[in-house]
Design a protein around this ligand. Structure first.
Ligand SMILES: Cc1ncc(COP(=O)(O)O)c(C=O)c1O
Length: 432
């Protein structure tokens, strides 16, 4: 059998051969070698309960037997030809997505990642409107290409020293730290109204689209209040600008609906997706209303976009999510998870806010007067890992614990995780 390296050896190789922009979680990271359902195993066979699902990817659980079988069959039959030839799975997937996506989103283009999906959606918006400028939300993360990093509203992820122009940021619906110092509902959704002021004062008026995550994932699971997206959409319609909704992290059951924007009955003009669509295979897509999509007639092939293996993996993933009732499960178990975290918040001053929908929940850790607690967040993350539980982390100040397990997680798993978190928070608070 092949020798399994210990984490120290991997870190040495990383320092030597990997471009140093790639960070990792934990001061003492583990080497993961196997996954099954909601569990991961390290190189020594130690089991971990996964509460981050590879950053909201393996919604159907690690190495789901049905998805794995279908991938293997396809790899043995036809792996690749490029979408300049006809292969059936891409068309089956497009038809299936058209039946699941909100509003009249119906026509799709397949790519390999979330960044590429957003980049494609932005291009489509420019082609469809003949306008150049974009709006984005503060605290959003949209990808790693030149344009998507430029539209990213988090300093931590804005790595391009020469961002693209023609971009204006609007205040985000971050009620715990309202950018306008107001409170919901007496604010009358002033952050949505601010889109008007930004268009009037910071753009030429030629706005192609506003791009937004329905729940800002990397921003710290920032969940908008009811009415926010409906008002934003009304304003965009007035100015002839499109609404692009990025469901890369929120899609495919994560929030208790197929797509998070469906919580607010808003119909986007363009929708982007990736991550959980393939349950672990590289995949991305953008879809649009036919009137928007049909404007894109210039050539636009993708070498690996729409490849039969990713398409079959996605079709199998959608079947599993449906057959196993995982979308409904995310709603029910997500409610339980949030309730339990709210109970912890009552007893632990370190938890300042608990927010999110379905199995996409964040707990923002703070000290006195809402001072962000990033060091304590890292400490909690490391202690939980040492106890065999992998949590996520995000937020403008890197102080938000992210709970985004595979949707196959059980009530017992949630109870176990919350029990450990309770003890770890007590320990960390005791040392403050
Ligand atoms: C909301 C959102 N959009 C886009 C991206 C970029 O996706 P990818 O890493 O697949 O390029 C991410 C990645 O985390 C994301 O969370």
């Amino acid at each position: 059998m092949k020798e399994l390296w210990d984490p120290e050896k991997i870190l040495e190789k990383k320092r030597e051969y990997i471009i140093p922009c790639l960070y990792h979680f934990y001061s003492r990271p583990v080497h993961l070698v196997r996954g099954e359902g909601q569990y991961l195993y390290d190189h020594q066979g130690r089991k971990y309960l996964d509460f981050f699902a590879g950053v909201s990817v393996v919604n159907a659980g690690h190495c789901h037997p049905k998805i794995t079988r279908r991938i293997c069959q396809q790899v043995q039959t036809l792996q690749h030809v490029c979408n300049i030839y006809l292969t059936q799975p891409m068309y089956e997937l497009a038809e299936r997505l058209a039946s699941l996506t909100p509003g009249s989103i119906k026509k799709f283009f397949f790519v390999n990642s979330g960044s590429e999906a957003n980049e494609g959606a932005l291009l489509l918006a420019r082609i469809a409107t003949g306008k150049a400028e974009f709006l984005a939300l503060k605290d959003g993360l949209l990808g790693r290409t030149h344009l998507t990093t430029s539209l990213t509203g988090l300093k931590f992820w804005r790595s391009d020293p020469f961002p693209a122009g023609g971009i204006s940021f609007v205040p985000n619906p971050y009620c715990y730290r309202c950018p306008l110092n107001l409170s919901y509902p007496s604010c009358d959704l002033a952050c949505a109204e601010a889109v008007i002021q930004v268009i009037e004062t910071s753009t030429s008026g030629q706005v192609a689209a506003l791009i937004a995550e329905p729940i800002q994932a990397n921003g710290g699971i920032i969940t908008p209040p009811p009415g926010y997206f409906s008002r934003v959409k009304e304003i965009l319609d007035q100015y002839g600008a499109l609404l692009i909704i990025d469901e890369v992290q929120t899609g495919f059951g994560r929030t208790g609906k197929w797509f998070a924007i469906q919580h607010w009955e808003v119909e986007p003009d363009i929708l982007t997706m990736a991550k959980a669509l393939g349950n672990g295979v590289p995949i991305g897509a953008f879809g649009a209303r036919p009137e928007v999509a049909d404007r894109y007639t210039r050539p636009g092939a993708s070498t690996l976009g729409g490849n039969p293996v990713s398409m079959v993996a996605a079709l199998a993933t959608l079947e599993v999510l449906e057959e196993e009732g995982l979308v409904e499960r995310a709603e029910v178990l997500g409610g339980m998870l949030k309730e339990k975290l709210m109970e912890l918040k009552e007893r632990h001053p370190l938890i300042g806010d608990v927010r999110g929908l379905g199995l996409m929940v964040g707990a923002e850790l703070v000290k006195r007067d809402k001072e962000p607690a990033p060091k304590e967040t890292d400490w909690v993350l490391e202690e939980m890992k040492d106890r065999g539980i992998l949590l996520g982390k995000n937020g403008r100040y890197r102080n938000v614990l992210a709970f985004q397990p595979p949707l196959v997680v059980t009530r017992e798993d949630i109870e176990e995780m919350v029990g450990h978190l309770d003890e770890v928070l007590t320990k960390v608070e005791g040392a403050l």
